[in-house]
Design a protein around this ligand. Structure first.
Ligand code: HEM
Length: 125
């Protein structure tokens, strides 16, 4: 089979570099910038399809017949969880400890400098 000019032999194992999709400048504006607002209306990630049925720009849950069975549960809970964490707390860097996205390869890829944050409870009056 020919995929984008590459001949894939029958029975070959194909590994998709999922993280590289998120770093692709042809797909994402300033991909290395942490910009969660890109997924809001008007952003380059607005309405992105994570199921792979319209196209694939990111695939955190895999795609196709073995796509994550918990996708909808996970998305619902993550949105609820993140919304509450931002609603309840202000998230700050610890003085003198800048957030550093440098990576280190262990069993999985982890942050070279573990992230520590200072949480300040918001006053909800
Ligand atoms: C942020 C949360 C989650 C992420 C990023 C995630 C991601 C994934 C990925 C990448 C796969 C492999 C897909 C493939 O083989 O192509 C997978 C499979 C699976 N996930 Fe999740 N998952 C999450 C949460 C959950 C939850 C909450 C459940 C259950 C309640 C769940 C149940 C499953 C099951 C059963 C499979 C195997 C599906 C199969 O092989 O047919 N996942 N998930």
């Amino acid at each position: 089979m020919d995929v984008g000019g590459y001949l894939i032999p029958k029975g070959a194992t194909v590994n998709f570099m999922v993280a590289e999709m998120g770093r692709d400048e042809r797909e994402w504006e300033n991909p290395m910038q942490f910009m969660p607002e890109r997924f809001l209306p008007g952003g380059d990630g607005e309405g992105v399809d994570v199921t792979g049925s319209k196209g694939i720009r990111m695939m955190p849950f895999g795609v196709g017949r073995r796509i994550c069975a918990g996708l909808n549960t996970a998305m619902l809970h993550l949105e609820y969880f993140v919304a509450n964490m931002v609603w309840e707390f202000e998230w700050r860097e610890i003085a003198g400890e800048e957030v550093d996205f440098a990576e280190k390869l262990e069993f999985t890829t982890v942050m070279a400098k573990p992230l520590r944050a200072q949480l300040v409870r918001r006053s909800i009056d």
